[in-house]
Ligand binder design. Sequence first.
Ligand code: ADP
Ligand code: MG
Length: 281
Amino acid sequence: MALRKPSDRLVYPRRFTSCGEQLDSMEIPWPNSLAVRTESVSRHYQMGESLVRAVDGISIDIPAGEFVALLGVSGSGKSSLLNLVAGLDRPTSGAVIVHGNNLAALSREQLAKYRLHTVGMVFQSFNLISSMSLLENVELPMRFAEVNRRERSALACRSLERVGLSGRLSHRPMELSGGEQQRASLARALINRPKLLLADEPTGNLDSRNGTEIMELIHSFNQSLGMTVLMVTHEQALAERYAGRMVHLADGKLLDDVANDDESKISSEPVQAPAPRGETQ
Ligand code: ADP
Ligand code: MG
């Protein structure tokens, strides 16, 4: 492992800084090679008398195509930071810029489009809708994107195939194992071919075999589609095995940021989607 050198700072026109000026465009001069930049970003919560500094002045750059693991003990601010990058929450101060879009400058509608087209998200608890079949769950983002029924169904089918679930299209989430549910939520996250995959403890509810399958899939999408991955985990071993870089948080602050030279331990060959298991196939 080698300590990461801070990259050169970009110079923006002043209207694009995080100082709250009126922005007349959401596009900023931006190198294609950079996916995410956070500039001294903070998210504080006022809880009665006390102020919780969940994220406290974090600046990081994530080049496009990188696989970054966000590590830290429970309560260190990992999910809060991920939610800011996802556009699910707004910073108290500082800026989050993703592929040239300063999220603070986006209207609610633009932010919804950003979440629909630029990012895919996977959570520890899968977040599938229990009353819907897998196919319906996976095609949901396409419904929001107003893609016609036939096309979205075909895309959802292909996305489920990529994660080895083509035999489970009409199953409901409850009829599947945890690993299968997480693969389905990965299929849903990927259906719009996002540039950025954000994963919050995606293996947290899985046994090690299913966890490894999910990690192999995420890694293969990172390699074969060039998709940038920002993954929260508290499992150092997983991060060391799959991530190219490890960012540690403590008390909402950046503790360290190291390149992981050991990532070469896994093959860069695209993985086969796991074969469907069990008799419900
Ligand atoms: P992690 O994902 O690393 O476990 P979180 O980002 O969830 O940490 O939380 C960081 C800190 O912020 C914790 O102290 C947590 O209690 C607090 N926190 C998170 N979300 C909220 C919220 N909506 N309101 C108040 N405090 C919050
Ligand atoms: Mg969390």
